[in-house]
Design a protein around this ligand. Structure first.
Ligand SMILES: Nc1ncnc2c1ncn2[C@@H]1O[C@H](COP(=O)(O)OP(=O)(O)O)[C@@H](O)[C@H]1O
Length: 210
């Protein structure tokens, strides 16, 4: 349940009002970010999201939350994710279809990690047609495989916000701890050199434009 407004500090209320005013003058935007694991989609998304008042729909983050919560979706997705393979199109199409209805997507969205197959792209076209909207831009993060392993194996994540850090390139102020909330950081189970090979294989075979 939402907290009573009386309990919300005036400063937070005011900054939320200011945020909504600033957002009301922004144009709608619907973006797709494409790129291999570690290419920077998850780093750029929160920056673009805040600037344009969009929602950030990262299928990987949503699937990981479902795995942790052991929902039926999470139970079905876990094995493929642990092995660096794609989960079935039906599962991810369902979560995107649902997520796009959120109020926070009113001014548009950033799709991060979706679509990843031709079938998913076709389903997305159908969803957009039903909504009477279209994609404004696709950003392709073209990064050589050779530099991705160091990025992925040194990466630490703050699960609830999706913020990511790197032991060498962007260390947190205190090792293992999120700068903003002070909560613990985790390493993703699939962020190993071995599982990265499968994830890159899936990217080149199934996602990358031919
Ligand atoms: N659109 C998708 N279709 C199928 N599987 C997906 C999709 N998005 C995420 N996944 C699953 O979640 C895993 C993690 O995805 P993600 O967080 O986007 O990581 P990355 O881009 O770094 O590999 C993928 O390896 C895959 O198993």
């Amino acid at each position: 349940m939402a907290a009573s407004l009386e309990d919300v500090p005036s400063e937070s209320l005011l900054s939320e009002v200011l945020r909504r005013l600033r957002c009301s003058s922004k144009p709608d935007k619907r973006l797709i970010l494409i790129g291999p694991p570690g290419s920077g989609k998850g780093t750029q998304s929160p920056i673009i999201k805040d600037e344009f008042c969009l929602c950030h729909l990262a299928t990987g983050d949503m699937l990981r939350a479902a795995v942790v919560a052991k929902t039926p979706l999470g139970i079905k997705a876990k094995e493929a994710m642990d092995n660096g393979q794609l989960v079935s199109d039906d599962l991810v199409v369902g979560i995107i279809d649902e997520a796009m209805k959120k109020a926070s997507c009113q001014k548009g969205f950033i799709l991060d990690g979706f679509p990843r197959t031709v079938a998913q792209a076709e389903k997305l076209d159908e969803m957009l047609q039903k909504q009477g909207t279209k994609i404004d831009k696709v950003l392709n993060f073209a990064i050589d495989d050779a530099i991705l392993e160091e990025r992925i194996t040194g990466r630490w994540i703050h699960p609830s916000s999706g913020r990511s850090y790197h032991t060498k390139f962007q260390p947190p102020k205190v090792p293992g701890v999120d700068d903003i909330t002070g909560e613990p950081l985790i390493q993703r189970k699939d962020d190993t050199a071995e599982v990265l090979k499968s994830r890159l294989g899936a990217f080149h075979r199934q996602t990358e434009p031919g």
